[in-house]
Design a protein around this ligand. Structure first.
Ligand SMILES: O=C(O)CCC(=O)C(=O)O
Ligand SMILES: [Fe+2]
Length: 415
């Protein structure tokens, strides 16, 4: 329940009244259903109503302490789902409205969740993997997390602007043309040959401490490098092998689903190569992706992950830490999105032609929803957990792994 006498509620109401005083009363007239849902869940005032949000943890007795830990809970029957039993005996859910969307609640046990959180910060958010901070700062080689643990006041210096850098020579015009085009096997070569100059560092960045930068860590790349300027992969930089921990979890998630059950009666268009779900237990291999780090005020706008050449192979998305509202709609923003409350340990799979290129986003991280198995350092039999716990109190981590190429497609790239 929302406490309307709390200081936070009153502050949000004051800000709302101030910011809406001169607002056009028809402002929401032209919003697409996706935009309207984003606005609803983002709002601090009035706080969003979660009764239409699917929250499967409310069905699971063993997660009762997670659900009651914070003020936020949805409903187990808010959205039409079908249940199946996974290969490992747990429950999985499908959505008649969006074939190929799979939800595996609590797929990861508390220990696996803690290990993935540690891995994300200690081993992954550092060179040679790129992070959002690298564009502007010369980060320590050990990564921002390890440097922060050593001394949170250590200064990190801005990346100098190189006077002969490639980014200064590029015209911005032609880049726009190829920006955000869906990748596929027929345009792969063209996309691959588009120039992908490094993004220019900002000119007004000052030295900053590790404790200032850590909450500003927003993502760390997995596998093939992604080029944000063109929204395409930059295959010329080679591929960093996907860590075994991630490979195994993602393969495990894909293998736990009986795809025959999901897609045998699917009649949609799977593209020129036809359906490939029959092979996924063997052929699925994540080779790119991103680890997203969200602070409680961060959001991820509606988008489609369309840079992968394969538009049907599963994308595996792992939630850790604070809970979030995840919205997923259809191939345009005009489809009313399905709202799902994702909690730590939940895994979402987006697969098949209808779901893999559906609009989705994260309009809200739900504050104070860190589950007890991550929040109580004492209850965790691990003396090193306390520092992770303090960071995770205001954080959600999402590990998002994708397969870039279809099974039999040879991109002709050095491995
Ligand atoms: O954080 C999430 O649950 C989704 C992230 C996502 O959609 C992405 O990284 O493309
Ligand atoms: Fe995405």
């Amino acid at each position: 329940m929302i406490d309307s006498s709390s200081q936070a509620f009153k502050k949000a109401r004051r800000q709302y009244l101030k910011s809406t005083r001169n607002r056009d009363p028809n402002i929401d007239k032209d919003w697409t259903p996706f935009r309207a849902a984003e606005k609803h869940f983002k709002a601090r005032y009035p706080p969003p109503d979660l009764t239409k949000v699917l929250d499967l943890a409310t069905l699971d007795e063993s997660r009762a302490s997670e659900v009651t830990a914070g003020i936020w809970a949805g409903k187990s029957d808010a959205v039409e789902t079908h249940t199946f039993t996974t290969g490992s005996g747990s429950k999985g859910y499908t959505f008649p409205r969006l074939p190929g969307l799979i939800l595996l609640p609590a797929f990861l046990c508390p220990e696996e969740q803690r290990n993935l959180i540690k891995w994300s910060l200690t081993e992954h958010a550092r060179q040679p993997n790129e992070t959002n901070l690298d564009v502007h700062y010369l980060l320590p080689a050990e990564g921002i997390w390890n440097a922060y643990l050593r001394d949170r006041n250590t200064l990190v210096y801005p990346r100098p602007i190189e006077t002969d850098a490639e980014y200064l020579k590029q015209e911005s015009g032609p880049r726009q043309l190829i920006n955000n085009v869906s990748a596929d096997t027929s345009n792969f070569e063209l996309m691959n040959n588009v120039a992908k100059p490094p993004l220019p560092p900002s000119s007004n960045i000052r030295p900053a401490t590790c404790s200032y930068l850590l909450p500003r860590l927003r993502w760390a790349n997995i596998g093939w490098f992604y080029h944000w300027g063109t929204k395409q992969y930059d295959f010329s930089k080679g591929k960093i092998p996907v860590h075994d921990t991630i490979r195994k979890v993602c393969k495990g998630a894909v293998r736990s689903v009986d795809w025959q059950d999901i897609f045998a009666s699917d009649t949609s268009d799977w593209g020129s190569h036809g359906p490939d779900w029959m092979d996924w237990h063997e052929s699925y291999e994540s080779d790119a992706g991103i680890v997203n780090f969200y602070q409680t005020k961060d959001t991820l706008m509606a988008h489609v992950d369309r840079s992968e050449v394969c538009a049907t192979s599963p994308l595996v998305s792992i939630s850790l830490g604070n809970a979030a509202i995840f919205l997923i709609g259809g191939i345009t923003r005009d489809t009313e999105p399905i709202p799902i409350l994702l909690r730590s340990g939940d895994v979402v799979i987006m697969s098949g032609p209808a779901c893999r290129r559906a609009y989705h986003g994260v309009p809200r991280i739900l504050e104070n929803t860190l589950p007890p198995h991550l929040a109580e350092a004492d209850g965790v039999d691990d003396p090193t957990w306390a520092v992770f716990k303090s960071y995770m109190e205001t954080t959600r981590i999402n590990i998002n792994a994708r397969q870039v190429f279809p099974k039999d497609f040879d991109p002709g790239l050095p491995q």
